[in-house]
Design a protein around this ligand. Sequence first.
Ligand code: UD1
Length: 418
Amino acid sequence: MDKFLIDGGRSLSGTVHTQSAKNSVLPLLAASVLTEKQVTVEEVPPIADALCMMQILRELGAKAEFCGGNVVIDSSDACSHELSSALTKELRSSVFMLGSLLTRFRRAVIAYPGGCDIGLRPIDLHLSALKRLGVKIEEREGFIFCKCDTLRGAEIALDFPSVGATENILLAAVKAEGKTLVHGAAKEPEIVDLQRFLNAMGAKVRGAGTDDIEIEGVKSLGGVCFRPIKDRIEAGTYLMACAICGGEIEVTGVSPENIRLLLHKLRENGCKIHAKNDKIRIYSSGRLKCNRRIETMPFPGFPTDLQAQATALNSGAEGGAVIAENLFETRYKYVPELRRMGADIEVKGRLAFVRGVKRLHGASLTAGDLRGGAALVLAALGAEGTSEVFDLSHIDRGYADLQGKLTALGARIKRIRV
Ligand code: UD1
């Protein structure tokens, strides 16, 4: 068990290179078992969620190893379609294995998936979509048993643009008989990345990034070597760190288009932003104005995965902000921790009312989930005095070397074994 020891109040400067997107890498690793040929996913960050997904692949009988910074998967010997509950409970993305395993084996058994405790996170949309493709599903004793004789293309309308359900449909329909149409699909850049990956394997998918996706089933898929897009949430976290601490940094690798709304909000805070190609430069005086309102929405709206960091930022800014969380029910668990630092935040249902205080002060804090944990780190970087952040396992799920990257930008943050 490690903790961060953070001395707040240092401004940031320098360049930070963004890691590959967690939310792209995870479905790509799941998709690797769609073929018996070798798959290479380049530049996979050594985050705990990716390591867990690799462990899941091994449990199926596949080989999944780091080779340099790339992950090479050979699933020619994969023979199991069952995942134990230990790993699936670790990771919400284990649910993607349903689509992949059904395509590969016509069978899949997984335990109910875990992941961050940020709300109910049902998988009803995944399951009803799979049923439309001809899958028979039984749920008993905490497990989901899926089987089918053939996967058949179908027209599927999603009641909500769920990222995971859209990805699962792609994975299950890619070799199905005939054509699948998805209406009301999620439009996140990571879905476009999955389409690029599948098409590079020989699939026929189009429309990702819009409401309607069309998948024409193909007979076979080949191997692929693929470089995923960069992590817009990680990039956003560093931009917000600089906004809070003051200074000037450049974040490279992410298309500004993929975090347009965040850049708009940071300008509202009083930061200067220059964005060109895949480089985003931010300048902040450290004295910020509150955003009047931030509403989390499916892409291209403000990402729920940056909501906690935005609340931390507004806590130490001038004025007041209303944050509306529209995706997950209990995504304010970090708020009591921010209050220990002197933040003035009231949560009412899905709304958080933030009254900015002059300066947060250091405190002893515990990360309760991935992005909430990142928000505590940001708040501590901007606070007066020293903070400790415990339970880093949550943060390790999505940020590779957070402390190294922040140190390189001039922050005072140490990782200590406790
Ligand atoms: C993905 C991201 C996560 C991000 C989220 C929303 C990955 C690995 N994770 O999670 O980081 O916060 O998108 O952008 O890509 N829902 C249902 N039934 C379902 C599925 C979802 O009701 O079957 C609801 C969820 O409870 C939630 C909303 O839909 O309220 C969004 O969930 P979804 O888009 O599916 O998120 P994930 O794929 O779990």
